[in-house]
Design a protein around this ligand. Structure first.
Ligand code: GUN
Length: 289
């Protein structure tokens, strides 16, 4: 069993991005600039946005954080999106999800200029990804594709089972893996809460992407010997013995599944660090246009 080290890979990619930034700067170009919009005080969102801003600093990007109280109106938020769309200094921006219930995530996402949509959530980017065109691909699926590439994991003709059909991970993941070319050309089965024979399907999988958000859902008896397992889960579970009071749990029961795998991503330190790096790559791409 080989561990897929997302932390180490992310560090390597960050170094490559920092080199690119140096080249841009040497050519007289401005610093790439990522902005993040954060609404309310959700603990998870605060942590993710802080990590994104820190990553910007590490690679030499400019960053800015636009904060709103949870009571912000949809109109005010849409006006902020419009300001960022027009701000020539901002190359790309994200609106951290989830948003409060009184705000339509769909409306806000669709208000973002697709050329600045470094999250790749806009329907134009999703559409272009499906047709294999030039698009911003959402960060987590892109990060997983990068890990598959860097670990030279064969995907052609392989049976991939994706568990979860979210717009952010499961669905784009299933499309990317079925596109022509490496790391695609796979036969993909998308499973979800209504799938009747999940265990049987998982047992047929050469590669499993677990992205359903239920801690330790995937057990050893659902995985065939030699499979590749990618764990996208990041659920905070109570852990009174830790300083923070919680720890991250993946969707895979790591201790029992890992010995059966050819490759597996740990949580933390697997897919998570690659997600942030993908956002940086998208911002660099936006700045280079
Ligand atoms: N919430 C959870 N993941 C993400 C992400 O990748 N981008 C944004 N904007 N919100 C999220």
């Amino acid at each position: 069993m080989q561990l897929i080290d997302g932390k180490l890979t992310a560090q390597a990619v960050k170094q490559e991005i920092a080199e690119e930034v140096k080249k841009l700067r040497a050519a007289g170009r401005k610093q790439p600039h990522l902005a993040a919009v954060l609404v309310g005080n959700d603990g998870g969102s605060e942590t993710y946005v802080a990590a994104k801003i820190k990553a910007c600093e590490e690679v030499g990007f400019a960053s800015s954080l636009v904060r709103f109280d949870a009571s912000v109106s949809e109109q005010e938020l849409l006006a902020a999106v419009e300001r960022l769309n027009k701000d020539a200094d901002v190359d790309g921006f994200i609106v951290q999800l989830p948003l409060p219930k009184h705000i339509s995530e769909e409306k806000v996402t669709e208000a973002i200029d697709p050329a600045k949509d470094v999250d790749g959530f806009h329907p134009q980017n999703l559409g272009r990804m499906i047709t294999g065109g030039d698009a911003f691909v959402s960060a987590t699926p892109q990060g997983i594709m990068e890990l598959l590439k860097r670990y030279k994991i064969e995907t052609s003709g392989k049976h991939v089972v994706v568990i979860g059909r979210s717009n952010i991970v499961g669905r784009p993941m299933s499309i990317l893996l079925s596109l022509k070319g490496y790391p695609g050309d796979a036969t993909v089965t998308v499973c979800h809460s209504r799938t009747a024979n999940l265990k049987e399907l998982c047992l047929q999988a050469d590669i499993i992407v677990a992205a359903l958000g239920i801690p330790e859902f995937l057990k050893a008896d659902m995985v065939k010997e030699g499979a590749v397992v990618i764990d996208v889960g990041t659920t905070r579970v109570a852990a009174p013995d830790t300083k923070r009071g919680w720890r991250l749990k993946g969707d895979v029961e790591f201790s029992t599944v890992a010995p059966k795998c050819s490759y597996i991503t740990p949580v933390p330190g697997g897919v998570g660090p690659m997600t942030i790096v993908s956002l940086l790559l998208n911002t660099l791409k936006a700045a280079s246009k």
